[in-house]
Every structure is written in structure tokens, then in C-alpha cells.
Design a protein around this ligand. Sequence first.
Ligand code: H79
Length: 435
Amino acid sequence: MNKAGVLFSIALVLIASTGLSGQKVETDSKKMEWFGDARLGIFIHWGIYAVNGIDESWSFYNGYISYPDYMKQLDGFTAENYDPGRWVELIKNSGARYAVLTTKHHDGVALWDSDYGDLNVVDRTPAGRDLVGPFVKEMRSEGLKVGLYYSVLDWSHPDYPNFTKEEKRYEDDPERKARFRSFNHGQIEEISKKYNPDLWWFDGDWEQSAEWWGAREIREMILDNNADAIINSRLQGYGDYATPEQGMPVKRPEDEYWELCMTMNDSWGYQHNDSNYKSPSQVIKIFSECLSMGGNLLLDIGPRADGSIPEEQVEILEEMGQWTSKHGEAIYGTRAGLPPGYYYGPSTLSADSTRLYLFMHGRPADGQLMLEGVKNKINRIYVVGNGTKLEYSEYLKPYWSNHAGLIFIDVPGNVCDEYTSVICLLLDGKLELSE
Ligand code: H79
């Protein structure tokens, strides 16, 4: 190979190894299928922070409460009304196809009976039992995919370098670092062997490098045990999909697989003082945006310390359930919809590209929707979950032009959903667009 060829190859290897989104590994697209089709997941932040109702881990890290006072919450974590069957029923009825439970947040308190250290709910709280296993079992028996959240950073561990924003344990100490790594890898292996999650939701990777965490080794260990396990992006480049947090992408992300994680109010865990809940209508609008841009929504709930789920959160899950069950064909297994400019609202496309779903928030003031640039002959237009056939007219389509016409769809108010309505266009073939 000549010099230019060698340089070109090096450049290719560099691009392939880092990837535009910082991904350092190849993702097997076959294993991602269920995730791409699932569209809605429920995030569950459950930990001792629900006792006082304060920020998970960050409250002591940022100095809003002392570490000893934060840890006093261990004594109030009872889980006495924990009913994983009820949790899973709510999750399933919401239309979610997977859920992600926090097994350990940055505070280091494990929700299972870990053999590594004693900072876990079995040894240190009145709950006194493994809380992860029963949830995993119920999820599997309902045919839902199991995701487990694990914070790689652990601000409680005596051998982890960072403690709070102000206080570090050490800068550089290979021996302590090695001890932490064997603890950390040990816990991950434990979760993998005990619960074999379908999806790993790591968090906290930003504090150290891939090399420091042993991220490659973690990925290998997980995939050795389950080649189909999916890993989120928070493993310093060793994950499979992107995880924007509390930030709605405006443009369609470049990553093929992504998931927006979002709180219902402004808190991940239970906070009795936070009543700033999004309405079901707002959540459905946000969910529609995710669908339209080819992403999933991971919608968070925060159970109380006793394991009960607050009424406001139950209501949002139930309203989501009504809407998702009515509009399932426009949600599950669909792909990102039209590029910007064709229709002023979210849209999705069936996997075979022959059905176009237009989402409509509210009712059009003049009773009509406008759609541009769709070249296909339209076989039928109907209201999803209602079935009413809709009339439409086409303009700007002279006989000599190959350019798509402009379509106006008549949408009578009485076919509209209480939240977002969906209109399906049954196309005569795969979607074809004009520029
Ligand atoms: O578990 C929930 C949160 O507790 C946790 N992830 C969700 C799912 C989380 N909160 N914040 N973050 C993750 C990211 C935090 C980033 C920041 Fe920073 C830490 C902003 C400021 C300090 C990263 C590190 C950016 C600057 C330094």
C-alpha cells in the first residue's frame, strides 16, 4: 500500500473506532430490534432518598444535607407496601414494553443482597430483603424486557476517589483504584449472574475515563454472559444507544438508537414537595416528538419509601395507557416519520413504509390538515383507533408535473382524541417524497 493508502486506512480505523457519537464499539443491530420497536419504557428511581423526599445522591454531593444525615434515611426505608406485581401491572398497562429499575444510585446503596460490601437495603434498612429480584420476576412473567440501572461511580465507597463536590478521597492511588475496580466489576457481575438484565442503564461514567472504569472489560463481561444484552451510552464509549436526559432533541439525532429519559415532575425520585407534574397531554406530546424522530421515551416514576406509587404518577401512567392502546399501530414497530417541512407536526412510518401516521395535537381551526410532498397515490385515510374514513382534496398537481401535490385532509372535530389524534394514510406502495 502506498503512503496515501496507509494514511487513509488509519483515518478509517480512527473514524470506526471513535464513531461520530463517541461510540467505540460495534452494535449488533439484531439485538437492538426489540428496543427499536418498544418505544416506551418506564424508569424507576427507588432508593433511600425517597424517605426525606430529596434529590437522589446529589443532595449530599452538592452539600444540601450532610452525608451522615443523608444516610440516616436508611432507617426509614421500609418497602412495607412494595407490591412488584402492582408495579408491573401499571407499567404494562401504560403501554411500556420495558422498564429500568435503579439497583444502585450514586449514593452506593444497593437494592439487592450484594456480597460486595454491606451498603445494601438487606443489611442496612428495615426493608431487609432483596427488592430487585421480585421486580425482575414479575416483569419477565408479563413478557416485559428488564432494564437495570447501575451507577458506576459510588460516592460512598471508601476506595472511590470522589466523595462530595468539595471533598475528594484521593487523586491518584493505584492500589485503592484497583480495590474499587474489583468491587465495581464484582457488583456488575453479580447483577449479570443473578438477574441477567436485557438492558443495562449505566450512569455516572463522566467522572472517570474508559480505561479507569475498565469499560471494555465491563462490556465484555456482560456480553459473555448474555450476547444480546443492550448497554446504554454511559460507559465511556462502550454502549449501544444514546441517552439524552431531560432535553428534547430538536433535530433528529444522528444515532440510530436513542432514548429520552424524562421525569414526570422535576424529580427522579419521590419528592413530596414537587408538584410540578407535566399533564398527560404534555407527556403525550413529548412522546410523539420522540416517536417522530425515531427515539424511545423512558418516562420516570419515583415510588415512596414504602414502595407505593404516588397517585399523580399512577394517573399519568393510566392516561398514557389509554392513549397507547388506542394508537398502538402508530407507535410500536414504527420508524421516524417525515423530515421537517412536509407536515407541521410529529409523524411516524410503518416498518414497511406504506403507512404514514400524522399526529395532530388539538383540532385544526378550519377542520383541515395540510400535507406536502408525498408523491404516492393514497388508497385510504382513516383515524387511528377510531376507524373513520376521511376525505381529502389535492391541489397544485397539474397533469404535466411529476412533483407531489398539496393535500388537504378534512378532519371533523368529533373524530379527535382527547389528547393527540393520529391520522393514517394508507399509501399505494412505499413512501416517496418530492424535494
Ligand atoms: O439518576 C438521574 C440523575 O440523578 C442522574 N441521571 C438521571 C437518570 C444524573 N443527574 N445528573 N446527571 C446525571 C448528569 C450530571 C452532570 C453534571 Fe456535570 C454533573 C453536571 C454538572 C455536574 C458533567 C459533569 C457535566 C459537568 C460535570
